[in-house]
Design a protein around this ligand. Structure first.
Ligand code: ADP
Ligand code: MG
Length: 247
């Protein structure tokens, strides 16, 4: 299929006796948000780790735009456009919002600093950084230090940094975590807009957000995908309701 941007084939990983991933095959298609849901310990973060290259699978493959990236390290996958939202802890409190995004732009567009081309290229990098900030809604706080940002704004900045990679696919582990109602609404609206730019593999516990955003949902339980389908299919699936949605 030509519109598949990212896929896993038979991904398996155990930690001792725990099968964190068992034969997980899924794909992410152009323009979509594919949500992965499942109870704590289901293996969602392990799956993301294997897709992004932080965790080595026991078996299985990861294919990005038709290329097998299973053997590539995290940064090489990132250069190919596989962007994972950064954890909060990677933000430097004393640096400004613009500085963070600028660093992402420079390392993506001008990775060989030996070829630094002076003020003109700095200005074009700054232009792109400001465009990215505009897209995530952080223009008004571009010069603010991260220490002064709200939790929701830090999450927006994580997304902005991911966008500096010119991503082909975005992989997000619980972007709504810790956000209040307003923050979740803002992030839901933002992710809804971003899917046009890059499809999103979205691990998320906030079911209001998942049901509002997902084009497809896959349900992971004990490392296995037990169901996959549209929002309506998943909401009405008896196994899913029993295993996860709590009836
Ligand atoms: P989720 O993100 O869905 O909550 P995880 O992927 O974090 O689930 O964990 C899946 C299972 O694998 C859990 O049983 C967890 O305890 C186990 N696990 C995850 N990472 C490790 C690790 N590094 N060492 C041992 N067990 C792990
Ligand atoms: Mg997790």
């Amino acid at each position: 299929m030509t519109d598949v941007i990212l896929r896993t084939e038979g991904m398996s990983k155990s930690f001792g006796a725990v099968m964190a991933s068992e034969d997980v095959s899924l794909d992410l298609r152009a323009g979509e948000i594919h949500a992965i849901i499942g109870p704590n310990g289901a293996g969602k973060s392990t799956l993301i780790g294997q897709i992004c290259g932080a965790i080595e699978p026991d078996r299985g493959r990861v294919v990005l735009n038709g290329a097998d990236v299973t053997e590539l390290p995290v940064h090489a996958r990132a250069q190919l456009g596989l962007a994972r939202t950064f954890q909060i802890s990677t933000l430097a409190m004393e640096d400004s919002v613009l500085e963070h995004v600028l660093l992402g732009v420079l390392s993506t567009d001008q990775p060989r600093l030996g070829l630094w081309r002076g003020a003109k290229s700095y200005r074009s990098a700054e232009d792109r950084a400001r465009t990215v900030l505009e897209r995530v809604g952080l223009s008004a706080v571009a010069s603010r230090r991260v220490a002064k940002l709200s939790h929701a704004q830090r999450r927006q900045l994580d997304v902005a940094i991911a966008l500096t990679l010119r991503p082909k696919a975005l992989v997000m582990d619980e972007p709504m975590a810790g956000l209040g109602t307003d923050g979740s609404r803002m992030m839901t609206e933002l992710l809804g807009r971003l899917r046009q730019e890059a499809p999103i593999l979205l691990v998320e516990h906030d079911m209001d957000a998942v049901f509002a955003l997902a084009d497809r949902i896959s349900v992971l339980v004990y490392g296995k995908i037990i169901a996959s389908g549209s929002v309506d299919q998943i909401r009405s699936n008896a196994d899913v309701r029993e295993a996860y949605l709590g009836d």
